[in-house]
Write a protein that binds this ligand. Sequence first.
Ligand SMILES: Nc1ncnc2c1ncn2[C@@H]1O[C@H](COP(=O)(O)OP(=O)(O)OP(=O)(O)O)[C@@H](O)[C@H]1O
Length: 261
Amino acid sequence: MQARDLTVGHGTQAVLDGVDLTLTPGEVTVLVGPNGCGKSTLLRTVAGLLTPLSGGVSLDGESIRSLSRRALSQRIAFLPQAPLVPAGVSVRELVRHGRYAHRGAFSRHTQTDIDAVDWALQVSDAAPLADRRLDELSGGERQRAWLATVLAQKAGVLLLDEPTTYLDMRHQFEILDVVRKLAKEHEIACGVVLHDLTQAAAYADEVVVAADGVVAADGTPAEVLTPETIHHAFGLEVSVLQDPDTGHLACFPRAAVSSTS
Ligand SMILES: Nc1ncnc2c1ncn2[C@@H]1O[C@H](COP(=O)(O)OP(=O)(O)OP(=O)(O)O)[C@@H](O)[C@H]1O
């Protein structure tokens, strides 16, 4: 997936300008930035849910504007930040909806659909919840059900807006492990919004930092997650240290800039 010279926003109001973004099969790209900088707006735009103010998005060289909604859903799976919870729907029924793009509205589920739903429930650790009603689950349980739904879509591009919200620490890491494994083993191009810079450093091949209406930096975690860039984007002084066991970077906040100046 490629976005070139993209301006995204709402109505006539631009939020991010001049964005070049490439999501590559087999790689996890993590989008970070302060609240309100435009991460969700960008993700929704490359998912085809918002029209860019200028520029365009293409999949394998084909503009996404030329694709029908169904064709787009076969190729791009998108998990929004706070999906609306349908009343009375079981987790398995919800996850089955993830297969909608692959079958007609009135056709029956094939064995491929059933296998995809079972697999998605399994890898999201949502299988024990399959027969529970979605509106009766905790925030974290519900998040795993939603994740299973987009995984069942089996699209080549996976876009996740803060998928670790509500999850306890173990499930946060498990979900990010699943995302990374999917990218590496199934050649899926993953774009993920995260707030935790240490998680971004551990799971991203590429980090994109949005701030002040533009992409302020992009590159590998080591190139991007520097005290200078973080200071510029978040107004926060941090120490960036390397975990001697994993080699991953970890960010330790020291002080918000406004409180030290
Ligand atoms: N539907 C909308 N209509 C008008 N403005 C919007 C709409 N949705 C978001 N905005 C505005 O667009 C800007 C970017 O919002 P967006 O949700 O993309 O930020 P974000 O980086 O994802 O934030 P957060 O980290 O808080 O989730 C904000 O100023 C927000 O108020």
